[in-house]
Design a protein around this ligand. Structure first.
Ligand code: AN7
Length: 367
């Protein structure tokens, strides 16, 4: 019988802060495909893989952390959860709160989240408030609500989120048989780069559990390469940005909560965090859909944009193994696929209900 994936908590229970008594809130997240990227591999001369996180239950990597956060919320006896979000966290929180039977409130920046994510939060019955401010302002309010009101904060400042998200690194190693040489990913609030680094470090050393010590799984840790949108690149600036701006709304964040752990991931791994422009992000978005067959949302393409940019600068080594996390599904924010490179709208070709005309339009000649 085929193995049915049981969600990241049950699959990696011995490496997560849960016990047998824990009531697990899961929608079957994780176990996402590691897809060999043919054209990026040809381009770079390295073996490039995509960790396709859009295949999670709500369409983004956030579900890995949310299963842990919602499980912790239930364990703590919470009745309601709250989060700030650029969209994906709110979609995930709303779905997992529903599964947990908890109320969910989400704070999003007005006019700056994609339609797909907005519709998910609404569909799952969250109370959605559009704040007259950016993500960083939303997170300030959410933190204060968590401190002074009876609501449980499920943003990645909650360590349970990072615990769940570190399983992405475990899956990469379990698929490849060892850690890659370089791991590339987009950076927004910086939880994910922190979580992957934690996961890679834990898998590369003996790990203490309640039931004894687990041996190291990997022989090494990767170099971590993070990429931010140029208009929202506080790590590149070296300080928070008060007015972050980018078309990649998922990563439109100026004051990342996981600042110190992201800097540690960068520096301990000998890596970097650099910026890519919106045009580079959209070019990578097109590359993924048109050359690899993988449809992601723009923010998710920042890592690929970074790899292409570093390659053009002659800074990507050949003969290595490179994994890029593509963080969210293209259907979250599909409008970008319907634009041509010069920014005009794609116009679908209309044809009459007639096979000869359709064949002619397709350039087919009768056999
Ligand atoms: C598709 O949903 O911050 O650096 O509130 O949705 O761990 O923040 C989303 C972030 C990358 C950045 N790709 O990850 C939110 C939110 C996608 C994202 C990121 C996000 P972090």
């Amino acid at each position: 019988m085929a193995h049915q994936w049981r969600g990241v908590i049950r699959e990696y229970a011995d490496r997560l802060p849960v016990t047998e008594a824990t009531k697990v809130i899961t929608l079957g997240e994780g176990g996402t495909p590691l897809v060999h990227a043919q054209k990026l591999s040809e381009l770079t001369g390295s073996e490039v893989y995509l960790k396709v996180e859009g295949m999670n239950p709500t369409g983004s990597f956030k579900d890995r952390g949310m299963t842990m956060a919602m499980t912790a919320a239930v364990e703590a006896g919470a009745k309601a959860v709250v989060c700030a979000s650029t969209g994906n966290t709110s979609a995930s929180a709303a779905a997992y709160a529903t599964a947990a039977g908890l109320k969910c409130a989400v704070l999003v920046p007005e006019g700056k989240i994609s339609m797909g994510k907005l519709s998910q939060a609404i569909a799952h019955g969250a109370t959605l408030l559009q704040v007259d401010g950016n993500f960083d302002n939303c997170l300030d309010i959410a933190r204060k609500l968590g401190e002074a009101y009876p609501v449980f904060l499920v943003n990645s400042v909650n360590p349970a989120r990072i615990q769940g998200q570190k399983t992405g690194a475990f899956e990469v190693v379990d698929s490849l048989g060892d850690a890659p040489d370089i791991h590339v990913l987009p950076v927004g609030n910086a939880g994910n780069i922190s979580a992957y680094w934690k996961g890679y470090k834990e898998y590369s050393a003996p790990f203490e559990t309640a039931n004894g010590t687990l041996p190291a799984v990997s022989t090494k840790t990767p170099i971590m390469w993070g990429f931010q949108a140029a208009g929202a690149a506080p790590f590149v600036a070296g300080h928070p940005i008060t007015e972050p701006d980018t078309i990649a709304t998922a990563i439109r964040i100026g004051n990342p909560a996981s600042w110190d752990t992201a800097v540690a991931a960068r520096d301990e791994s000998g890596g970097l965090i650099e910026a890519v422009t919106d045009d580079e992000i959209l070019a990578a978005h097109r590359w993924l859909s048109a050359k690899e067959g993988v449809f992601v949302e723009p923010g998710s393409a920042a890592g690929v944009a970074g790899l292409i940019k570093k390659h053009a600068a002659g800074e990507v080594p050949a003969g290595k193994t490179i994994v890029i996390t593509v963080t969210g599904h293209g259907l979250k924010d599909p409008q970008w696929a319907l634009r041509t490179e010069d920014g005009s709208d794609v116009q679908p070709v209309k044809v009459p209900n007639d096979v000869v005309t359709v064949a002619a339009e397709l350039g087919l000649e009768e056999n």
